[in-house]
Ligand binder design. Structure first.
Ligand SMILES: [Zn+2]
Length: 278
């Protein structure tokens, strides 16, 4: 049995359902933590939620994504979402508060909307202990949606690389010209990772696996593919590589797809997602 000390928390602000959901959520998210750490984390989480007046995305290291909607949202923060990441040790990393752009779902029903967020507003670098990321956006299609942004953060903290280059998701209306499939911030492209860990930007800087196969850091690339998969993108298009003359496909890629020898395409976004309303 798990006992949780709640005496420090003003429970009047939380409904019973929300409270149990919140605790359940916290427990499920940290299966490897000891019970003493669990109590600390749950206390911490309730404190975080208590009095929070901004919609918050909580990203957990086990791949779960929770959208937390407080009972009262501060009027000035109505078009802003906050993003936080919880690492394996139970530490919280505040990643920022970003503007959401509510747009009609592109090529979708007229009464349906999507909340888009630009990567241009997201800090390109973060470091706190061993948890870090560094990315650039090498495309005018800088918009992800509220959920894929959470997936992107989760995947970056899974690998802690400093050379992630995004070749684009969607435009600010959810369209994706010249691509057809990158609509509503769901699908995106990333440059292949290089052995020299450089982070180039600009036309012609994507690593071409056909031209310079030896530059591909397939070990790190496979981990990055795994991380993107874990945080929601269940389908990818890409290329192969050779070790001692033997062909291998990058993780989660089953075949070579035309024009994908210079970037990884991620799609089929289905994260472990839950929305909690206070
Ligand atoms: Zn693509």
């Amino acid at each position: 049995m798990i006992t949780i000390n709640l005496d420090k928390v003003d429970l009047s602000l939380l409904s019973k359902k929300t409270l149990s959901e919140t605790i359940n959520d916290s427990i499920q998210s940290i299966p490897k933590l000891k019970m003493s750490s669990l109590k600390v984390l749950v206390d911490k989480e309730l404190k975080i939620n208590n009095g929070s007046k901004i919609v918050t995305y909580r990203i957990y290291n086990n791949g779960r994504i929770v959208k937390y909607i407080p009972k009262i949202v501060n009027k000035k923060l109505e078009n802003k979402y906050k993003y936080v990441y919880f690492d394996k040790e139970g530490n919280k990393h505040v990643l920022g508060i970003f503007t959401i752009f509510k747009k009609p779902l592109y090529k979708g029903d007229k009464d349906k909307f999507v909340n888009l967020i630009s990567l241009e507003e997201v800090p390109k670098y973060y470091k706190e202990g061993k948890y870090q990321y560094h990315f650039n956006v090498d495309s005018p299609r800088s918009y992800l949606n509220e959920q894929t942004l959470a997936g992107f953060f989760g995947a970056m903290f899974e690998v802690n690389y400093l050379d992630i280059s995004c070749n684009g998701f969607s435009h600010n209306d959810g369209s994706s010209k010249p691509s057809r499939s990158h609509i509503n911030g769901n699908n995106g492209d990333f440059k292949y990772l290089r052995k020299d860990k450089s982070l180039p930007c600009g036309k012609g800087t994507s690593l071409n696996i056909i031209k310079t196969p030896d530059s591909l850091d397939y070990e790190r690339q496979n981990k990055w593919n795994d991380a993107l998969y874990k945080f929601g993108w269940k389908s990818m298009l890409g290329w192969s590589y050779k070790i001692k003359g033997k062909t291998h496909y990058l993780n989660h890629i089953t075949h070579k797809t035309k024009d994908h020898y210079h970037h990884l395409h991620v799609q089929g976004f289905e994260p472990l997602f839950k929305e909690i309303k206070e």
